[in-house]
Ligand binder design. Structure first.
Ligand SMILES: Nc1ncnc2c1ncn2[C@@H]1O[C@H](COP(=O)(O)OP(=O)(O)OP(=O)(O)O)[C@@H](O)[C@H]1O
Length: 583
């Protein structure tokens, strides 16, 4: 694999110590990380110490593993592949959280996977809770910063705006912690505390995983970076962070690209760069440059580098022509000999509303459920029907835990012990499987499905469980219709977040004049603003053809980042009717 690397890419293969690699889009971050991991694992001799290869999302980590699989490499013990969150949970927080939280036993994380958010008594603070909830101030939004101060991740709600100066949530959070509970954001804080207060744990972890590689490291929070620092201080032999600050789009999870850049400019870290774009044409690199913090446009060096298709600024009439965009994109692909398939062609929107408009689908996200158990069963059976057996199992398991263990359902260890004490794990699995196997299809009308499901549950559990949905729900509507996502078969239509890390031949980015990421915002923002970085992520996905669809009534002053010549201006209707281009 190493022979395929460029000189710039080769530079990150060998170094030990602390390395930070800042890389532009398409420069082969994922590709190079996979090569480095393959190389390291091939010559790995430690039997009980391994590499921790971490990403921010499961999708990103799976992408690296898929690249390794192409070379028949499957990561296994002693290595750990997963998200940074899962590493923190498994190796630091869950085994040692009780040391810093003041709880009696192994702590629990609420709200991950299918674990519900509804919580035991510590959560319930009566009338005051209702009042705060009514103002959309939810304890789940609270976590700790690196100094241990309680912060609200919702920027509009803070100590200054809270009429109680956050006294209530501070007290509640204390009780929550003492009960051994933490949200996913809290776990990083507690993990940091553990490594800080118990250097012996930090040293043991640095010996267990002497090499730490973090992909997409631009999304690191302060607390997570402190964890890396503590591991380094306690003997880590290599920490390599790879990222692109212009592609940081997880600020809502306390990520901040400035944290990554601080390390890049820190003389204690070995700073490296990847400046060549191996994905896109030079014309796309030139056109996207004003949306980044790069001094110069990236140099295109991949197979598509010489593609001569000028990026297109497509003017469409907002509120009426969105549904024509998909067909127009296909025409552009035909004109440029680009094969039309969901792997190669995509429309990217900032949010789901945009997706629905492009796909001409009615607003479909009305939830009929007001009862968690019914919802989990319905979701489980829907997953079964679309052959997603893993998630089907998880959902049915959650529903059963809620039926049998109520407010303790989220306490995985407790539930496991109870099952073993009572019916035994084998019987539990048979029960789970029987429900999934015999559950009525989700193509049935919700009323019929509910009745049949209720009978099945009674037969399998020998227990009466009432299935409920909202009274206002149309009884004849199928259960599946509440879960079906807007889909397109011939090309991919997805959100910008879902497109992160991907490569297409042709991409149309649809910009709206409402909601997030509007034309006005894009005109005014800098790469220090996440909205602009979202658009940049989207625009840097294509190899050959980039189209940005923008409302036709956009003022000239808002188009400064789209200079004519670099962009070809085309009006959707004018071109469809064969009129001359509006350039
Ligand atoms: N040395 C190389 N040889 C061949 N192909 C490469 C090489 N490096 C990267 N590529 C290809 O270039 C494209 C972009 O690579 P990759 O997805 O790893 O970039 P990235 O930096 O992770 O991109 P982004 O951050 O924009 O998602 C991919 O199609 C990848 O296979």
């Amino acid at each position: 694999m190493l022979t395929t690397l460029s000189t710039q890419q080769r530079a990150i293969i060998d170094p030990k110590g602390q390395n930070i690699l800042k890389a532009c889009p398409g420069s082969g971050k994922t590709y190079t990380v996979a090569c480095k991991l393959a190389y390291l694992m091939d010559s790995w001799t430690h039997r009980n110490a391994g590499i921790a290869a971490l990403s921010f999302t499961n999708v990103a980590n799976e992408e690296i593993q898929a690249k390794l699989a192409e070379h028949s490499i499957v990561p296994s013990y002693p290595h750990f592949f997963g998200t940074l969150d899962s590493f923190i949970n498994k190796w630091i927080f869950l085994p040692y959280g009780h040391l810093v939280m003041g709880c009696n036993s192994r702590p629990n994380i609420v709200g991950i996977g299918e674990n519900g958010w509804e919580l035991p008594l510590a959560w319930n603070w009566g009338k005051a809770y209702q009042e705060c909830w009514g103002k959309n101030c939810n304890l789940l939004n609270f976590t700790y910063n690196e100094t241990g101060e309680l912060i609200n991740t919702n920027q509009l709600l803070n100590k200054d705006t809270c009429p109680y100066e956050m006294a209530r949530c501070t007290e509640l959070k204390k009780r929550f912690t003492q009960a051994g509970l933490a949200t996913q954001s809290d776990t990083a804080y507690w993990a940091m505390r553990i490594l800080n207060d118990f250097p012996v744990v930090a040293k043991a972890l640095a010996s267990r995983f002497p090499v730490l590689i973090i992909d997409e490291a631009q999304d690191t929070s302060h607390v997570q970076m402190k964890i890396v620092d503590l591991l380094v201080q306690n003997g880590l032999s290599e920490a390599s962070l790879i990222g692109d600050p212009d592609q940081a789009i997880y600020e809502w999870r306390n990520a901040n690209p400035a944290i990554f850049l601080e390390k890049y400019y820190d003389s204690g870290w070995n700073s490296l760069d990847l400046t060549e774009n191996r994905r896109s044409s030079q014309l796309i690199c030139n056109a996207t440059h004003p949306f980044s913090s790069l001094k110069e446009p990236a140099m295109a060096v991949g197979n598509a580098s010489n593609c001569k298709t000028t990026p297109i600024l497509l003017m469409y009439k907002a509120e009426s022509e969105e549904e024509l965009l998909k067909d127009r994109l296909k025409e552009f692909c035909n004109e440029n000999s680009i094969e039309i398939s969901p792997d190669l062609v995509a429309i990217l929107c900032r949010g789901n509303t945009g997706l629905r408009r492009v796909l001409k689908v009615e607003k479909n996200n009305v939830s009929p459920w007001n009862d968690e158990i019914t919802r989990y069963f319905a979701q489980a059976v829907y997953y079964r029907d679309i052959k997603n057996h893993k998630d089907a199992m998880t959902c049915v398991d959650t529903a059963l835990r809620k039926i049998f263990y109520g407010t303790n359902a989220h306490r995985i260890n407790y539930v496991e012990t109870e099952i073993n004490k009572t019916m035994g794990m084998e019987a539990w699995k048979i029960m789970r499987w029987s429900i999934l196997k015999h559950a009525p299809a989700t193509t049935l009308a919700i009323e019929t499905w509910k009745t049949q499901m209720q009978i099945l549950i009674k037969t399998v559990l020998i227990k009466e469980v009432e299935m409920k949905y909202k009274r206002t729900t149309l009884k004849t509507r199928s259960v599946a219709s509440f879960f079906v996502k807007a889909q397109s078969e011939d090309i991919m239509v997805e959100t910008i977040h879902a497109s992160k890390g991907k490569t297409y031949d042709a991409v149309m980015v649809v910009i709206s004049n409402r909601g997030k990421g509007t034309v006005k915002q894009i005109a005014q923002l800098t790469p220090a603003d996440e909205e602009l970085r979202n658009i940049y992520v989207a625009m840097t996905r294509p190899r050959k053809l980039l189209i940005v669809a923008i409302p036709a009534n956009t003022a000239q002053k808002d188009l400064l980042r789209f200079p004519k010549g670099v962009w070809e201006y085309i009006s959707l209707k004018a071109n469809a009717e064969g009129e001359s281009k509006n350039s």
